[in-house]
Design a binder for this molecule. Structure first.
Ligand SMILES: [Zn+2]
Length: 117
């Protein structure tokens, strides 16, 4: 279900993440939550776009033993207005377009658009 003003997931790319959307004020959230922090309205589930833009990034050199270092972490702005933290397969640049892909260990991660698809 898509309502006016709500961006639909990019064509050909299945939604991988589900967030929350407020039917009263339009605010979006990720991870999903029950109540809108803007207007206290009850939220409904909403699929999030699979593509977004890198807001900022860093390289992690020390982590839990389960994670092979170094790896790149990115904050990605999705069209719905939410910012999602995740690993990026590859080198990051602020403003670059990335898309979600499933990941066995992490659940999801990002990759630069146009690579590996
Ligand atoms: Zn609201």
């Amino acid at each position: 279900m898509t309502t006016a003003g709500e961006p639909a997931p990019a064509a050909g790319v299945a939604a991988l993440l589900t967030g929350s959307r407020c039917p009263a004020c339009g605010a979006a959230f990720f991870p999903p939550r029950q109540v809108c922090s803007r207007c206290l309205g009850k939220l409904e589930e909403a699929p999030l776009s699979a593509r977004g833009t890198v807001y900022t990034h860093t390289v992690v050199h020390q982590s839990a033993p389960a994670f092979e270092t170094p790896y790149t972490l990115v904050y990605v702005d999705l069209p719905e207005g939410v910012r999602v933290l995740g690993q990026l397969a590859g080198e990051a640049r602020i403003g670059m377009e990335v898309e979600l892909e499933p990941d066995e260990q992490l659940g999801f991660r990002f990759r630069p658009v146009g690579e590996g698809s």
